[in-house]
Design a protein around this ligand. Structure first.
Ligand SMILES: [Zn+2]
Length: 121
């Protein structure tokens, strides 16, 4: 089925999934081969890399304190604390998703040094 609006398609999929959740779980358990599982894992990994890049971009791509910009050492900081609990609950990718949908005020990028110093002071 071709959809005119992506949101309509997504809404339909959500509704369908809610109505067929258990059937879908059983179907997937019985039909997903290791190759399919691997393909899904690769897609998720790629999507998460993109989300991280988008989130970092929205947060300025550099440390909010010192300006360091090597993304290998940049971390999302919860400005008002609570990062540990949130990370346990929704993982990093959930935090990236929140940033992408517009919840940027609670987060900033810090380099590992600045984040560590902030955490101990
Ligand atoms: Zn820094």
């Amino acid at each position: 089925m071709a959809w005119k609006y992506k949101e309509d398609e997504r809404e339909y999929q959500k509704k369908w999934y809610a109505e067929h959740k258990e059937e879908k779980k059983v179907y997937d358990k019985n039909n997903r081969t290791e190759a399919v599982k691997e393909k899904i894992r690769a897609q998720h990994k790629e999507r998460n890399i993109l989300r991280k890049a988008q989130a970092f971009d929205l947060l300025g791509d550099k440390c909010a304190i010192c300006g360091f910009d090597d993304e290998r050492a940049l971390e999302v900081d919860h400005i008002n604390g609570g990062g540990y609990k949130e990370r346990l609950k929704i993982k990093s990718v959930g935090i990236y998703r929140k940033i992408i949908i517009g919840e940027v005020d609670n987060y900033q990028l810090l380099c590992s040094n600045c984040n560590s110093i902030k955490g101990t002071s």
